[in-house]
Every structure is written in C-alpha cells, then in structure tokens.
Design a protein. Structure first.
Length: 352
C-alpha cells in the first residue's frame, strides 16, 4: 500500500526523492517524502495513510455515517440530521479530530460557549447524550479503545433554568372539545392526542393494525413501524381509547393502512412531524385565541395531571404515557387494559 501511494507521485517528484535518499540521508528524504504525500494524495488516500500509521481511529466527522449504518438509521430522517447537527457543532467550535484528541478543558469551553449563546442546560445535556451514544456505539464496534472526554459533561447549574411545561386548564380543554371539527385532519390529530397523551409523532404514525375496537375496552397497541420509530423502548405500550380519541378513531377509515396518510412522506420514509406539529399548534392557538397557549406536546403532561387528579398510581400513569415499562405480569392483558381505561375515563368527569 505504501509503495502504491508513492507511485502516485509525478516523475520529477520521484527523481527528487531518489536524490535526497542518495545524497542527503534518510531524515531529509523522509521530510521531503512527507511533503509529497501532503501535496499529491487525495483526502481519502491521506486518511488511509493515517489509519495505516495510527491504527483504525476515526475523525469525529466520520462517526455519524458509521453510527447510522450500525443502527440502520435512514440518513434522510430527522434523527440522523440531529446526530449530524450535534457532532457538527463540536467540529465547528473545536475542529475535526479523533474524539480522544479533544481535552476536557476544550469540551468545557464548548459547553460554556453554548450556554453563552443562550442555549438551555437541558438542551446542552441532550446534545451530549446524543454524542456519547454515537461515540460509544461506534468505538465499541470498531474496537477503538481510546477514552474520549465527552462523557459526564460539566454543565454549570444544570436544570436551574428549566421551565415547567404549561398544562392545559380544564376550561381550555373544554373549549377545544367544543370547537374541534369532525373531519378536519388537523383537528382529528389534536383530538387523538388530547385524550391519549401520545406524542405528535406517535399519533401521526398510527396504523390501522395498531387499533383494537372489538373489545369492551378499545385500545391502541403502539409499536414502531418502518416510517416512525419510537422515542424509547418504553414508548411501545397499550393505551386505552376514551373520549374524543375513541370517537375520532371510530370515524376514520380503518380499511386503509395508515390513519393519517396525508402526512406520510413515502420518498423520505417518514411522517412529516414538524408540519403536523406546526399545524396543530396554530389551530390550538386560533381556537383559544391565545398565542402563548400550551402546545400540542402539552397534552402529554396534561394527561399526567389529569390522571394524578383521579389518584391514578404513578406507575400506571407513567406506563400510559410511555415513560416507564411495566414489570407487572398482567401488562397488556384485558385486566390491565380495563384498569387503565377506568382511570382514564375518570379524567373525563370534569369535562363537557
């Protein structure tokens, strides 16, 4: 391989290298040869030479593609773009290097720069969680043993700037219940999210096979699919259908594969979550006549409050919203679904 690289040199460069080896000794010959490598090799040839000399270490810019390959992540998805963004911010601030070449002080400087730009401590932490997941997965599979300095980030005052997400009030939910229409696609999305506490992406990606209306306690069996992964392993769950969510799904065409095909982008293999969220938030603010109203994501936290108010146990609340997986032997059984459905129906008492 080394000889093959030298064959790339122009004839005059080869002759010059031969003269230095013959007349000036090995050291000067090596210096001139290194300069020739830097001038005449392409970027991927230089990278291959680096691997030959230093071992199979990777530059930070190489990690996103390798991680996507290992995890089978489509490169057109929002998830992959977020990974590229998180790694790209480090490269922009500190340069493109092998991860173990960044010092802890440099990483701390990057954190301070992010905070100085007005980024919240929670957002900085999420970025580091993403970076660590990528680095650790790739390093493990490529047998790279060098320790990097992105783990356990020192984020000053972590969590002190967190703003509690605003719940919908009983009055606001009642207004939405009375104003949302039966056939408008955006209104249908809002109604399903409102009485299930599901994420917008989870509602968007619902398939007809996820819905069971035949039992005495109808439910959704939420699972990942090729167009919509789930956020965490706990997100796969059984959610009883009540109120507006049940009414809406009963009115949809369950003979088609997807409940909301309008938002499916077949070319990119995903659902258009940003478009749906924007449309839902615009509709909510329009109905409530309040530009500062809670967003569509707030239905999740509002459902937690609703369940807490009817004295639903914490583990059941967290199961319903996908924050915790059950250890119960009855999880997903008719009895389990009935218990969850009863608590969820109790939350409707204060609503029209």
């Amino acid at each position: 391989f080394f000889d093959d690289l030298k064959d790339i040199f122009p004839l005059d460069v080869k002759e010059s290298l031969y003269r230095t080896l013959s007349t000036k000794g090995v050291n000067e010959h090596s210096q001139e040869q290194e300069a020739a490598f830097m001038e005449h090799l392409s970027p991927h040839e230089k990278r291959a030479l680096g691997i030959l000399r230093e071992g199979n270490d990777l530059y930070l810019s190489e990690y996103a593609d390798l991680y996507a390959s290992l995890k089978d992540i489509n490169k057109g998805t929002k998830k992959f773009k977020a990974i590229q963004r998180d790694l790209g911010r480090v490269i922009e601030f500190l340069g493109d290097r092998m991860p173990h070449k960044y010092s802890k002080l440099e990483v701390n400087g990057f954190i301070k720069d992010r905070l100085a730009a007005g980024v919240t401590t929670g957002t900085v932490l999420r970025g580091f969680n993403s970076i660590n997941a990528v680095l650790n997965k790739v390093n493990d599979n490529y047998e790279i043993d060098y320790a990097h300095r992105f783990n356990k980030p020192n984020i000053p005052n972590l969590g002190n700037d967190r703003k509690e997400r605003q719940d919908f009030t009983v009055e606001e939910l009642n207004i939405l219940r009375n104003k949302l229409g039966p056939t408008n696609n955006t209104d249908q999305l809002i109604k399903v999210a409102l009485d299930t506490g599901m994420r917008v992406s989870e509602v968007l990606g619902l398939a007809s096979k996820d819905v069971n209306l035949s039992d005495s306690h109808p439910y959704i069996k939420l699972r990942k699919n090729p167009f919509r992964p789930l956020k965490t392993k706990n997100s796969a769950r059984v959610i009883p259908l009540i109120g507006l969510a049940l009414d809406t799904i009963q009115e949809l065409d369950l003979s088609q594969e997807w409940l909301f095909p309008k938002y499916l982008d077949q070319d990119k293999n995903n659902f258009k979550g940003d478009s749906a969220s924007a449309a839902m938030n615009k509709r909510i603010r329009s109905i409530l006549n309040n530009k500062q109203s809670p967003t569509s994501h707030s239905f999740r936290h509002t459902m937690q409050t609703r369940l807490r108010n009817v004295e639903c146990p914490a583990d059941i609340r967290e199961e319903i919203c996908g924050w915790k997986s059950s250890i119960s032997k009855n999880y997903g059984s008719p009895t389990d679904i009935k218990i969850k459905a009863n608590y969820m129906r109790e939350t409707l008492v204060n609503y029209c």
